[in-house]
Ligand binder design. Structure first.
Ligand code: ZN
Length: 490
């Protein structure tokens, strides 16, 4: 960022809550069906139809709120947000306004300094104030067909209308695009972790908007802000914010106005462009939804939800560092996905060797996982099978290189370690008399090298080790080979 300026960024995230049915009716929430097949009088907005709140949406909303450090309010209200758009059949959206479902969130995230390539250099904690997360229904979708302005048809698909959303709004706490990036990644992971949302930006079940303004350092008032939309990935969002910061600084310095407006990110041109001038809140004429009771959430209900919540990733990372003596970076990698963290922990428990378990899970396992493009949950090698392999290596039955080969085969076929070891004939030879016989054969066949070694060329020791390993087809226990060679070569 240009010297003397700072950015002021607030984030709004819409997360689709992972319910099976919609928030105010029994229609299924699913993607890919025939347009308008999952609809009923309620979500079509037909006269006389009445909404009924889905308790599962409240439960998942509660999970999300607790995971984000928000206080769930004992009582909240639904409100009508009025606007006209073809994908909104009632002419209003049922949302929450002055009495949201949850508020006053204090969330600590880790955020990194980055080098010019965007690589994290140093991670630091940052406290984010989440003002609120309220519950609301999603609108439908307008589907456009044909070339722009030529033979263009527009259709309305209401399958998505009435899907439950949590809208998560922060204070303008972020000063750089990377802080916003780290925040969205944190929220995404935590929502997936507690099962509140699939939080997949590509599928549109996590959507984020950034409110961006800039000011000279030392200024305490805010300049006009721009709302950025159409951010289809966290990386595009970061780029869009970065572009917008530079655009606004240039405009202020040139004495040009920065309008309060909504801009879209154009990922082909790498720039933002105007979508519309921003409405103010009063344009929506919010008023309390007369068809729904206030939402009362008891302390008992909250405790029930809390009791079923999994350990959160930050707490798990701390525990891995303390209990297993793992480094911060390794522990952070392991908690990057819940499946991976649970996989590691099972391997660590069975092998009783957390360091080695972490090495395997972050090394061979992650390498094969990345190559296969699979998710950790869909992997054929169970944590129990990997643990068995590690125990076999530790017992000296096979060596490390053999173990890597065995693991690759296990990963590809799902076979157990013992089966692959037997098939490949990898059983390690540790019997000293058997190895001594091989050593003697190698020495007898390499007179010249033996003389050179005894004449002082100590580097040839490695040559003999290699020959013995080769003669044993890689099965000899390298430690025993070393011991016997040292004695024999003198
Ligand atoms: Zn419906």
């Amino acid at each position: 960022m240009k010297q003397g300026w700072e950015a002021v960024i607030g984030m709004e995230i819409h997360a689709q809550l992972a319910t099976a049915t919609k928030i105010f009716c029994g229609c299924a929430v699913e993607t890919g069906g025939e347009p308008n097949s999952n609809t009923c009088p309620v979500c079509l907005g037909l006269p006389g139809a009445l909404p009924v709140l889905n308790e599962k949406a409240v439960e998942l909303g509660s999970r999300a709120a607790l995971a984000l450090g928000l206080e769930i309010q004992a009582e909240s209200n639904f409100a009508r947000k009025n606007y006209f758009y073809p994908d909104l059949p009632k002419g209003y959206q049922i949302s929450q306004y002055d009495r949201p479902f949850s508020a006053n969130g204090r969330l600590t995230i880790m955020t990194a300094e980055r080098d010019g390539h965007g690589h994290a250099t140093e991670w630091k904690p940052m406290e984010v104030h989440i003002q609120r997360m309220h519950l609301e229904e999603d609108a439908g979708k307008n589907v456009h067909e044909g070339l722009p302005d030529v033979n263009k048809y527009s259709y309305v698909d209401l399958n998505r209308a009435g899907t439950p959303l949590g809208e998560i709004v922060t204070s303008p706490d972020f000063r750089t695009s990377w802080q916003a990036y780290d925040y969205v990644n944190h929220v995404r992971r935590v929502l997936q972790w507690v099962g509140a949302s699939d939080a997949d930006m590509e599928k549109g079940n996590l959507r984020c908007e950034a409110n961006v303004s800039v000011r000279r350092i030392g200024e305490t008032t805010f300049n006009n802000k721009v709302e950025l939309k159409n951010l289809n990935s966290v990386r595009f969002m970061q780029k869009a914010i970065e572009f917008e910061i530079e655009r606004q600084i240039a405009a202020h310095e040139a004495g040009e106005p920065v309008n309060q407006e909504t801009r879209l990110w154009d990922e082909k041109k790498n720039e933002t462009r105007v979508m519309r001038s921003k409405e103010d809140a009063h344009d929506y004429r919010y008023f309390p939804e007369p068809d729904l009771q206030p939402l009362a959430v008891t302390a008992e209900f909250i405790e029930k939800v809390r009791a079923r919540m999994p350990e959160l990733p930050d707490a798990m990372r701390e525990r891995f560092v303390e209990t297993y003596q793992l480094g911060y970076a390794d522990a952070s990698h392991l908690v990057s996905h819940k499946d991976l963290a649970e996989y590691f922990e099972t391997v660590a428990r069975i092998t009783a060797n957390p360091k080695l378990a972490a090495n395997w899970v972050l090394g061979e396992f992650t390498r094969e996982l990345n190559n296969s493009g699979r998710a950790a949950a869909a992997v054929l090698v169970s944590a129990e099978d990997l643990a068995e392999l590690i125990i076999t290596v530790e017992a000296g039955k096979i060596n490390n290189n053999q173990a890597k080969e065995v693991f690759a085969e296990m990963f590809a076929t799902g076979k157990a370690a013992a089966a692959v070891i037997e098939e490949r004939g990898f059983e390690q030879i540790s019997d000293p008399s058997a190895i001594a016989a091989i050593v003697d054969g190698v020495i007898a066949a390499n007179d010249a090298n033996l003389a050179a070694y005894r004449g002082g060329n100590e580097k040839l020791f490695g040559f003999f080790v290699g020959q013995v390993m080769k003669a044993s087809q890689g099965k000899a226990n390298p430690k025993v080979v070393n011991d016997i060679l040292k004695k024999r070569l003198g």
